[in-house]
Design a protein around this ligand. Structure first.
Ligand code: ZN
Length: 215
């Protein structure tokens, strides 16, 4: 989808940005909301990078995600307007939270040119945050199950189903690639600073927050 007023990035811009970030030799800063790169439609990956540079970029994104720490990172979040995201969720969390959020471990995955479709009409509402909206959390209602179509790192076309927390991560990261942030979809009355969230609303489910914040 093309958005009026949003700058379109070219292939050459992407290639140059990747060259710079790989040459820097350090983990990149995570770009914060307000930067236009987070609001642009990312460029489709059509082989603009060498296999070695793509592998190196994916590795850099994974290390940046894990250092943050986070469970997903989209290329625009490090200033690369390319349809690429990395996902991994191997954190140990309390059993009660894992059950309430339908949260199961997700092995590392790199996705190119992803598109998702809902499977069924069930939706789930939970607090989530974003490395590019640092310091805030809000409730987002998302599809409980989706089918994701994407290109793998080595060019294969893949179709995979996700549900629960995994589906949430996939939707969040795929949305980044068309310039959508979770706050665009959030129930804004639920918006909490991370400090207030940890004090009041860090429960397995959102029922207390619904009452306390009237959403
Ligand atoms: Zn995000």
């Amino acid at each position: 989808m093309t958005r009026i007023g949003t700058a379109a990035f070219s292939d050459s811009y992407v290639v140059e940005a990747v060259a710079q970030i790989l040459a820097a030799g350090t983990l990149p800063d995570i770009i914060q909301c307000g930067n236009p790169v987070l609001r642009a439609q990312a460029v489709e990956y059509t082989g603009q990078l060498s296999d070695a540079d793509l592998a190196e970029l994916i590795s850099l994104m994974r290390r940046t995600m894990l250092a943050a720490p986070g469970v997903g990172l989209a290329a625009p979040q490090i200033g690369i307007p390319l349809q690429l995201a990395v996902l991994e969720d191997l954190y140990e969390i309390p059993q009660e939270s894992a059950v309430a959020r339908n949260r199961e471990h997700l092995e590392f995955l790199a996705i190119l040119n992803p598109r998702y479709m809902p499977l069924g009409s069930q939706r789930e509402a939970h607090y989530e945050g974003c490395l590019s909206v640092s310091g805030w959390q809000a409730v987002v209602e998302r599809h409980a199950s989706i089918e994701l179509t994407y290109d793998g790192e080595f060019g294969s076309r893949e179709v995979r189903k996700f549900s629960g927390w995994q589906a949430r991560i996939v939707q969040h990261e795929t949305d980044h690639l068309e310039g959508t942030l979770y706050v665009d979809k959030a129930l804004m009355r639920s918006l909490s600073s991370t400090g207030e969230y940890l004090t009041h609303w860090a429960h397995p489910d959102i029922s207390a927050a619904r009452i306390g914040l009237n959403f």
